[in-house]
Design a protein around this ligand. Structure first.
Ligand code: BGC
Length: 731
């Protein structure tokens, strides 16, 4: 019945459209995109426009944090977008067919999904990827993710997440690149390139979505969905830079965040979305709200009711309403009541259509039916994920070079993570399957074929059952070394996964103490989604390997580091404090008023336990003298910095040189040091490489004020690498 009606309506519309103009420009693949957009917009009714800027869900809800409010209005093929939670291409194509054939104008639906670190070939969590200091690895991984996603019917991924985070209690620190804006920007660009490539219409690329705009990482006390206190200065110098860089790299969409930015919620913030993003940066794609974020403006005290929330969000720049149906339920009336200007709706529709045309959805609305074996978990894709995972491993401690474990005949392999599959995948695991994961045990068996491996679980991740401790102690006693695998369950980080402390549960710490009491050296391997408080555990260890959540490669990169076939080269992109009480702690703090003698904690140091940029290798690197090509430079000048690094050890290894600057005196005070460039390179034993930074003063020495103006002040700038610094005078 409904179908007949729709078809009749469609036929009528086609007739009237054809009588209005001979040619349907929007269907002409050769017409310029802007002409197609205008043509289509001109044909749309208000109802069609409102559906076009709304998103609902298709498939079975797999998002544990959003289990309410799924499709509060019936799913209609006029909908602009769906979150595609199914893996079944036929489900997608069947719904797309309705949109194409049973609606008046036949506008394709755009299918979005959370592909945060892989669709099926799950690679390491983003926090780990940034510890690789090699954005090209992320570009390669996101390229794989794009291909798998698009060929499974996903046109648009809700990634990358590029929120700077200073608080490891916030579970979503796992999804970003850590605490530094420059690092986040470099990895954001890599992700945009990998996802989008240079032809969005290709069946191997997807549109990316920068999220969560903006300042979500500043959520108070690490709690999720809450207020964030962000001055305009901090907005500009800390939270906006990754977005600016990634928008300029061509990201097609953004997602508005859940947080309240100092009194104006991010999803009703005209300054960030209209003024900054569109007017200042020229962004022409669209913004989707986060899940229910429009309706939640009522909870946040920004709107009296959902209708007002719709007005506030749309006029502030939220083009598409994710899942809560607030636009669909209220907008027609709002227009009738003259509370919403049609021009604002038209502009939002325009932006959505533009991205659909760029994706080629009008020409190719359906996903070709390629067999799974030809599109997911390809051998080359798994290889890419493994290579990336190898470079994310951060060696935090290695007393007397106990690692790599060479010539060891008896290894105790203990802990709740040893046979685990699921938790190694990490949060937001896309359509990753547990059975794709290599366990630590399997990987250790393969990596140490000559050794006897004595396994014991010891305990669970939490709880107080110590019944397994005695078996763990026996395994330790029967071995030369203990490899103890502890960490966090996958749902302990990610969305809605805040913790008041970043300590591992007591039972895991007790297990460490119990096995260490045997006197056997303990190599602690950690899989987790946030920096941890390790000061109480470190004394019981001989070595610590921070292995994060590596995705499907699971235990393989870990075992390869332990047996020495991979030389660890990861360095931290987020600070590890001694205690949770030091949070927020991050390297690029501003100077205190009494730095040398006062202002410290009375009970604990103010220094981090493992600093940003820290990470050991199995080889040693000797740095030469830092040199600059000039002592003075003009404000619009250029300069070269260089430093030689020699591999003085016996193994090949990769080293990352981090280039920082300090501006000791500026009208707007600047951080003690700021990362402005980094480079990673492999050096053979005995090899020396000169690392070079080509400095463009306007770009690399400049700073931003609270209105977004970039400026360079005359005066001293210190260029820093490690503990060396050289002064240059900017004239
Ligand atoms: C999350 C987003 C995610 C969206 C869609 C929200 O709850 O905050 O990051 O993209 O759900 O699943």
């Amino acid at each position: 019945m409904k179908k007949t009606f729709l078809m009749t309506a469609f036929a009528c519309a086609l007739l009237s459209a054809c009588s209005n103009s001979d040619k349907l420009i929007y269907k002409d693949a050769n017409a310029p995109i802007e002409d197609r957009v205008e043509d289509l917009l001109g044909r749309m009714t208000l109802e069609e426009k409102i559906y076009q800027i709304s998103q609902q869900c298709l498939g079975e809800n797999d998002n544990i944090n959003n289990n309410e409010g799924m499709n509060p209005v019936p799913l209609n093929p006029m909908i602009g977008s769906v979150i595609f939670m199914s893996e079944d291409i036929q489900v997608r194509n069947a719904f797309q067919k309705k949109a194409m054939e049973e609606t008046r104008l036949g506008i394709p639906v755009i299918y979005g999904y959370d592909v945060i670190h892989g669709y099926r070939t799950v690679y390491p969590i983003p926090l780990a990827m940034a510890c690789s200091w090699d954005p090209s690895l992320l570009e390669a991984c996101t390229k794989v993710a794009a291909q798998e996603a698009r060929q499974a019917g996903v046109d648009w991924v809700f990634a990358p997440m590029i929120d700077v985070a200073h608080d490891a209690r916030w579970g979503r620190i796992a999804e970003g690149s850590g605490e530094d804006p420059y690092t986040a920007a470099q990895f954001a660009v890599a992700a945009v390139k990998g996802f989008q490539g240079d032809n969005l219409a290709s069946y191997k690329q997807v549109a990316s979505c920068l999220k969560h705009f903006v300042g979500y990482g500043a959520s108070e006390a690490g709690r999720d969905y809450v207020y964030s206190e962000i001055s305009d200065q901090t907005l500009w110098d800390t939270y906006l830079p990754p977005y600016e860089t990634a928008v300029k790299a061509g990201a097609q969409t953004l997602m508005s965040a859940f947080n309240d930015i100092s009194g104006v919620p991010a999803s009703a913030n005209s300054y960030t979305m209209n003024t900054v993003l569109r007017d200042m940066w020229g962004f022409d794609g669209f913004i989707v709200s986060d899940w229910g974020a429009v309706e939640q403006l009522v909870n946040q005290g920004n709107a009296a009711n959902p209708a007002e929330a719709a007005v506030n969000a749309l006029t502030a720049g939220v083009d598409m309403d994710m899942t809560d149906g607030v636009y669909i339920k209220n907008m027609e009336q709002l227009v009738a009541d003259k509370k919403l200007d049609m021009k604002v709706i038209d502009e939002a529709v325009r932006r959505v259509l533009r991205v659909k045309f760029r994706l080629g959805l009008f020409e190719n609305p359906y996903t070709p039916d390629v067999q799974e074996k030809d599109r997911i978990l390809l051998a080359s894709s798994k290889e890419t994920a493994l290579k990336a995972a190898e470079e994310t491993m951060v060696l935090l401690k290695n007393t007397n070079s106990i690692l790599p474990l060479e010539g060891v005949k008896r290894i105790a392999l203990i802990g709740p993570m040893v046979k685990n599959l699921h938790d190694l995948l990490g949060s937001w695991l896309g359509h990753g399957h547990d059975e794709d994961v290599t366990t630590i045990q399997e990987a250790m068996d393969a990596a140490f074929p000559e050794a006897t491996i004595n396994y014991a679980q010891g305990c669970d991740f939490e709880g107080d059952d110590k019944a397994g401790f005695s078996e763990a102690v026996r395994a330790a006693n029967a071995s030369e070394v203990v490899v103890l695998c502890l960490g966090e369950k996958q749902a302990w980080s990610g969305e809605n996964a805040s913790r008041s402390t970043i300590l591992l549960p007591q039972i895991q710490r007790d297990l460490l103490e119990a096995v260490a009491k045997t006197g056997k050296p303990v190599v602690l391997v950690l899989n987790n989604g946030r920096p941890l408080e390790l000061s109480g555990m470190e004394p019981y260890t001989a070595a610590i390997l921070e292995a994060w959540q590596p995705g499907i490669s699971g235990g393989t990169p870990i075992a390869k580091v332990l047996n020495g076939s991979v030389n660890p080269s990861g360095k931290l992109c987020a600070t590890f404090p001694y205690t949770s009480g030091q949070i927020p702690i991050y390297y690029n703090r501003r100077n205190p008023a009494r730095p040398a003698t006062q202002g410290f904690y009375q009970d604990v140091t103010v220094e981090p336990m493992y600093a940003f940029g820290y990470g050991l290798s199995y080889t040693t690197f000797e740095y030469g003298t830092l040199k600059l090509s000039a002592e003075k430079v003009a404000q619009n000048g250029k300069l070269k910095a260089e430093i030689s690094v020699k591999n003085t050890g016996k193994r090949a290894g990769k080293e990352t040189v981090h280039w920082y600057i300090t501006d000791p005196a500026c009208k707007i005070t600047r951080p003690m040091k700021e990362l402005r460039y980094f480079e990673k390179a492999e050096l053979q034993p005995g090899e020396t490489k000169v690392f070079t930074w080509e400095i463009d003063v306007q770009k690399d020495f400049s700073y931003v004020d609270s209105k977004g103006n970039h400026f360079v002040e005359p005066g001293d700038i210190l260029v820093k690498v490690g503990d060396q610094e050289v002064k240059v005078v900017v004239e």
